[in-house]
Design a protein around this ligand. Structure first.
Ligand code: PHB
Length: 393
């Protein structure tokens, strides 16, 4: 009885206090809010899943409080549709008063949010999208993923030096596919290589079969492939069904098509594929071994490059907040992020203080069977590669 009365009184008091406080915004320093916008459904859902998992893992390992502030993640699914991204970013900024927006599974999504980050003066941490121009679209954008220029230039040079003379290209028909194609072609043809066929496939639900027949007919030494994370499994299935593996046309490209997330289910058709990329689950460092083991234990499968980009993205946010002592002023956070360096599961990385883009090693890898599983085994390293694809320097 007494308890019930106390509860009623407490309820009444809270209602009065609530009434008094109505219209007064919550104290800005209560918590740090991160609006995480990812494709959790649709064709790019594997990217969203990997990044969401990796952030959960990081927060399990490092706690959910930084510089005395509680970190609150608000996850929204944009299904990789830029109109959704824009609406969700707006709601997160205006209604939830987030201190960061983060995620962005595809380039159009990252670009759609850029003007909002600028207007709100809050950091936009890009954890997936890979077109070079993205970081130029707002001084509040910082990227922990990669650019297609970083890997495509390197595989272009490698192809020339390794006796590949004729290449057919198959790229996804949107901004990062165009970056991959442009930078590969520049390097491959400058070294004397010839492009014998060029096809672009739609981003949504691509049927590769008719394009693969054209590739086969053009009799190249290798085919250069860019499809975004999540599509490699379907691509390799159709590649094998059309017998391209039997006709000796090897797959080369940036590593997106050989994402560790899907690689192990691609079968022997993937053996021998050579790609240049930022991350392999087989990267032989202790930091990576620990990361792969913890990720597998928590989620039952291997992390791919999107998982690592998300893991590093949340690390960057934590470290920036430590540097500002928990202050959430967007300009201070961006300053704190510039030039930051750390050892990621992918190897040593840093944030270029001039472009706010990631600087990282790019590895050349070949798909091999190790203990009965398929892995991208790294065999050459290009250190501290910057993005070379910006329009202004
Ligand atoms: C992009 O849309 O920028 C993108 C998405 C997935 C990738 C690479 C680039 O694997």
């Amino acid at each position: 009885m007494f308890n019930r009365r106390k509860m009623l009184l407490w309820g009444a008091a809270s209602a009065v206090l609530g009434g008094l406080c109505a219209g007064v915004p919550a104290r800005a320093d209560d918590a740090v809010k991160i609006g995480l916008i990812l494709p959790m459904t649709g064709g790019q859902a594997s990217t969203g899943k990997q990044i969401d998992n990796a952030i959960k893992l990081y927060m399990q390992q490092n706690g959910d409080t930084v510089a005395g502030k509680k970190i609150e993640i608000i996850l929204k699914d944009d299904a990789a549709m830029p109109d959704n991204t824009k609406r969700l970013a707006q709601e997160l900024i205006v209604n939830d008063k987030v201190n960061f927006i983060a995620g962005f599974g595809v380039t159009p999504a990252a670009l759609a949010a850029a003007p909002l980050a600028t207007q709100a003066k809050i950091p936009e941490v890009v954890m997936a999208a890979g077109t070079s121009i993205i970081t130029e679209r707002s001084p509040y954008i910082v990227r922990t993923s990669f650019t297609l220029a970083q890997s495509s230039t390197i595989i272009g040079d490698w192809a020339v030096k390794n006796g590949i003379k004729k290449v057919a290209t198959l790229t996804s028909d949107y901004a990062p596919g165009n970056d991959a194609l442009t930078f590969f072609k520049q390097h491959f043809t400058a070294g004397g290589g010839e492009i014998v066929e060029e096809v672009k496939v739609p981003l949504a639900n691509p049927d590769f079969a008719p394009f693969l027949q054209r590739m086969k007919d053009s009799k190249p030494d290798a085919m250069f492939v860019f499809v975004p994370a999540g599509q490699g499994g379907n691509f390799m299935k159709q590649y094998a069904e059309r017998g391209l593996d039997k006709s000796g046309i090897k797959v080369i490209g940036p590593g997106d098509v050989m994402d560790d997330d899907l690689l192990n289910n691609m079968g022997d058709a993937a053996l021998g594929a050579v790609t240049a990329h930022l991350y392999s689950a087989a990267h032989p460092s202790q930091v990576n071994k620990d990361f792969v083991a913890a990720y597998k234990k928590a989620f039952g499968n291997r992390p791919g490059f999107m998982a690592v980009s998300g893991y590093d993205g949340i690390h960057l946010i934590y470290e920036a907040l430590k540097k500002t002592n928990g202050a959430t002023d967007g300009d201070k956070l961006i300053e704190a992020m510039k030039g930051m360096k750390w050892e990621s599961p992918r190897g040593p990385i840093s944030i270029d203080p001039e472009t706010r883009d990631i600087v990282q090693n790019i590895y050349i890898r070949k798909v091999e069977k190790v203990d009965g599983e398929l892995y991208n085994v790294e065999f050459a390293t290009f250190e501290a590669v910057k993005d070379s694809g910006k329009t202004k320097k």
